[in-house]
Design a protein around this ligand. Structure first.
Ligand code: ADP
Ligand code: TRP
Length: 334
């Protein structure tokens, strides 16, 4: 029987979803799921490293899971689950610790950045750094290796983590002289430009410049009206190529609409206010049905829990098989 390759990714529930996440992560991952056997999960234990407020974490887990479903994730076609529902993740993580060089963890970007920040402040280099942050790449390697992932769709910032998962898996396979764990590859989406935020910088929750994916219509219009533009007057011709507003428009508009608006930019006579109205129209056209689905899912939380639990039930046997394979290779299962 022809077996499809496995695509796997983790979604950290650390904040409400925004338009940057939608084009940079959600859409490409759902596109990939058409050709792969996809396994996508909410990385709630990863979020715990930075989120200590239980109410906030619980709300984020729900909203992010509902967000992916509203954006088109079909839980019948792919396995969608919570990391915390798969205890084998944590068993594999412990097994992998024994094969992970401490020096490898010292080189992880996120950890290094935290140490560097402390050094700049002149205090204790380990201030505010928990073991969850230090061993973050091991838990992530466990997430990936547990499910025999071939490809892992991620943003550029996560590529180092995938390389570490490769290193750790290779150390295991080398030691036991067999392919106990499959070596995964990162799949970085290069075609989608960095989605600009309201202030022109990369849209990011850390910059507080986002367009939330499920913002009510009124708030959506307000935010779009707030996008920073230059001071060119209405009658001046404008260059669509250097306009963040136009770049956002291209993400939502058809090729015909894009060409028509670009022509209006160039000919002059269209002010930024009008360009923003045009942007709002296409953004709302695409997001309105998502927003409605999101609200329906959030209104009946029982259904969401059931979907995630069904996903976990499909995921657990795969996870169990991997852990059993490694325990056997290691001499722990006699
Ligand atoms: P944030 O920057 O808001 O904290 P995350 O780091 O949680 O976002 O990103 C989650 C996913 O969304 C990653 O795959 C990331 O590459 C993608 N992403 C986030 N912001 C953007 C953006 N402005 N443009 C394109 N992709 C983005
Ligand atoms: N570290 C990823 C992030 O910050 C989330 C994540 C956790 C993940 N486990 C994963 C991504 C496994 C891909 C595969 O976005």
């Amino acid at each position: 029987m022809f077996m499809k390759k496995v695509s796997l990714t983790g979604i950290k529930p650390t904040g409400i979803l925004h338009v940057g996440n939608y084009f940079g992560a959600i859409k490409p991952a759902l596109e990939l799921a058409k050709d792969y056997d996809a396994r996508y999960f909410i990385a709630d234990y990863h979020a715990l490293n930075t989120m200590k407020d239980p109410g906030e974490l619980a709300a984020n887990i729900r909203e992010v899971a509902a967000g992916w479903l509203a954006a088109g994730l079909d839980p019948e076609r792919l396995i969608f689950y919570r990391q915390s529902s798969i205890p084998e993740t944590f068993e594999l993580s412990t097994l992998l610790m024994a094969f992970t060089a401490k020096g490898l963890m010292n080189r992880a970007h996120a950890y290094k950045a935290a140490v560097q920040e402390n050094a700049e402040k002149g205090g204790d280099p380990d201030a505010g750094i928990n073991m969850g942050l230090f061993t973050y790449p091991v838990l992530m390697a466990a997430d990936i290796l547990l499910f025999d992932a071939d490809v892992v769709p991620v943003g550029k910032d996560q590529v180092q983590h995938i390389e570490m998962a490769q290193d750790i898996a290779q150390a295991v396979n080398f030691n036991y002289k067999q392919e106990v764990l499959k070596i995964p590859q990162a799949a970085v989406q290069e075609t989608v430009a960095v989605v600009p935020g309201l202030d022109g910088r990369k849209m990011s929750k850390s910059y507080n410049n986002t367009i939330p994916l499920f913002a009510p219509e009124k708030q959506l219009r307000k935010l779009i009206m707030r996008i920073v533009t230059n001071s060119q007057a209405v009658e001046e011709p404008k260059d669509p190529g250097s306009s963040q507003l136009y770049l956002l428009y291209t993400l939502f508009a058809s090729p015909g609409e894009q060409a028509a608006l670009a022509a209006r930019y160039r000919s002059g006579g269209m002010g930024w206010g009008e360009a923003k109205e045009e942007l709002f129209r296409v953004v709302n056209r695409e997001l309105a049905p998502l927003r409605e689905r999101f609200q329906t899912i959030m209104a009946g939380p029982g259904a969401l829990d059931a979907i995630l639990e069904q996903g976990a039930e499909k995921a657990r046997p795969i996870a169990r098989a991997t852990v059993r394979r490694l325990r056997k290779a290691a001499g722990i299962d006699l």
